[in-house]
Design a protein around this ligand. Structure first.
Ligand SMILES: C[S@@+](CC[C@H](N)C(=O)[O-])C[C@H]1O[C@@H](n2cnc3c(N)ncnc32)[C@H](O)[C@@H]1O
Length: 492
């Protein structure tokens, strides 16, 4: 089509040079996340990435050159865009000003200023946590631009509380989790599949040409290919380019089950080694044994029982989770191998065909999020077994310990205050209210696969542990959002 450049290909060259080779008005959609002007300190520690796995070579633009850099690439994007086309530009707040001014100067018409709200989970001490990104939805010709309002939801589609899904999806604040990637080589930033898919569905059709001047890991090109769009893009850093190229060549993105129907031949990750049936039959078998466990757990009785059986965790303040683990070990002893496989310092609680973890969750708290296992161990477990399982006891907790009698009783049994407790008192921090009893309502069997990890976030409660070592990230599952993962349950 053009000198040396073709659609459905990507190029390891400067995008401004590259875009000059694209003829006028040939691009249907631009989706891009240009590089930062600020020093991207997070590149080594964020997003749960081990430093060695994050590719080096990320190119930054000095702050005083950012405006002219922005102006130059945008001018080319404007020229290459069709009258019917549109562009989505992502930006943090640091360099937003330059982006807005350049868009205006070049003649783009702003359609929406979208906020992408993501979940990050890193707590800051002296300021608020950054948890959004800007996305400027702009076009060349507001009358001719394409927009497909009902490709995702029909007018009559209703969600929870009878709300209009179509309306909710079209609001300009988009809540989409960042993707968690395990194992593979990664580039420092990556737009989630769901985010790009949403843009493609509203603003393009099959066979449209999608341009990303700043490919990074190639997300925009890969997702465009997945959903039958043509693509073209540029990336300056050779390693990133190679990575993006390989993903495109090998169709390597692991697509979610519901999306597989779009192009089943591409990106199908199932290899038949592990399937749904074996999870379900395991879950049912385990459930049969767990039906016999007590429904009402009294904190004092539970602790005494663990102590009597020399169960190592009887001194733990959060007795509920440990007691469930204790019960599982007791009732599943001849069914499950305990403990399960170990990755680094982290073990799974058990193994039966796949690794399993046992957890207890209080349903009467504000959060529906469950912190599961260490994220790297989980990723490795999934790699080796195709899935890992979570056996989750859900019940109502009584916190009726205002007078601290339960706490004092436990302390006396332990023979005085723990080191942790003494430290806490020294810091003058509040002691958490103790859970006095647990009324078991349900045991759920949750299947965690790569798809789950892509969907769910991860969690670091702080940057460092008290010993100064960085805290390891844990997988965080939101019970409300991960309905599909709930494969089986029994009620009490
Ligand atoms: C924020 S990242 C894009 C990440 C991408 N959206 C993804 O999901 O992986 C910006 C990328 O632009 C690349 N880059 C910087 N200057 C460039 C230029 N002049 N031409 C092409 N790529 C460039 C950087 O190497 C970096 O990978």
């Amino acid at each position: 089509m053009m000198e040396n450049l073709e659609f459905n290909n990507i190029y390891n060259i400067d995008c401004i040079e590259g875009m000059k080779l694209i003829p006028d008005a040939t691009i249907d959609l631009v989706v891009t996340d240009p590089p930062f002007a600020i020093d991207f300190k997070a590149k080594r520690s964020n997003y749960n990435r081990t430093a060695s796995r994050v590719l080096e070579g990320y190119k930054e633009i000095p702050a005083n050159e950012y405006y002219s850099f922005t102006f130059n690439w945008m001018k080319e994007a404007y020229r290459a865009l069709k009258e019917s086309g549109s562009m989505y530009v992502f930006s943090g707040w640091n360099n937003l000003k330059d982006i807005l001014v350049a868009l205006d100067k070049i003649g783009f018409i702003t359609i929406n200023h979208i906020i992408w709200k993501y979940q990050f989970g890193v707590v800051t001490k002296r300021k608020y946590v950054s948890s959004h990104y800007h996305c400027l939805f702009v076009c060349k010709n507001d009358k001719q631009r394409k927009f497909f309002p009902f490709t995702r939801y029909k007018k009559e589609d209703r969600g929870k509380d009878n709300g209009s899904l179509h309306y909710a999806d079209k609001e300009d604040v988009w809540v989409i989790n960042r993707e968690y990637w395990n194992g593979d080589v990664k580039t420092p930033t990556k737009l989630p599949l769901d985010l790009i898919k949403k843009i493609l569905e509203y603003s393009s059709e099959k066979n449209d040409v999608v341009l990303d001047p700043f490919l990074g890991s190639g997300q925009v090109a890969v997702v465009s290919k997945m959903f039958g769009r043509q693509y073209i893009g540029f990336e300056l850093v050779k390693e990133y380019y190679d990575f993006a190229y390989e993903r495109l060549e090998k169709n390597m993105y692991r697509i979610k089950e519901e999306d597989a129907s779009v192009q089943p031949s591409l990106f199908d990750s199932s290899d038949g080694r592990w399937n749904k049936m074996s999870f379900l039959s395991n879950a049912k078998e385990i459930a049969e044994h767990l039906k016999k466990i007590p429904k009402l757990w009294d904190g004092r009785d539970a602790i005494l029982e663990m102590k009597k059986n020399s169960y190592q965790h009887w001194k733990q303040m959060e007795w509920m989770g440990f007691y469930f683990q204790f019960l599982c070990e007791k009732y599943l002893a001849d069914l499950i191998k305990i403990p399960g496989p170990k990755y680094g310092n982290v073990s799974f609680d058990g193994l039966k065909d796949i690794p399993w973890d046992f957890k207890a969750h209080a349903m009467n708290t504000s959060s529906n999020q469950i912190i599961v296992n260490d994220s790297q161990a989980t990723a490795k477990g999934i790699k080796n077994y195709k899935a890992v399982g979570l056996i989750l006891a859900i019940g109502e907790v009584l916190y009726n310990d205002e007078d601290r009698t339960f706490q004092k009783w436990h302390q006396k049994l332990k023979g005085g205050k723990s080191v942790y407790e003494k430290e806490r008192i020294k810091r003058g921090a509040w002691s958490r209210l103790r859970k006095v009893s647990f009324d078991l309502k349900q045991i759920s069997f949750i299947k965690i696969t790569d798809d789950t990890l892509i969907k769910c976030g991860s969690f670091q409660s702080d940057f460092r542990n008290s010993n100064g070592k960085p805290r390891r990230a844990k997988v965080l599952i939101d019970l409300e959002k991960n309905q599909k993962e709930l494969e089986y349950y029994i009620e009490f």
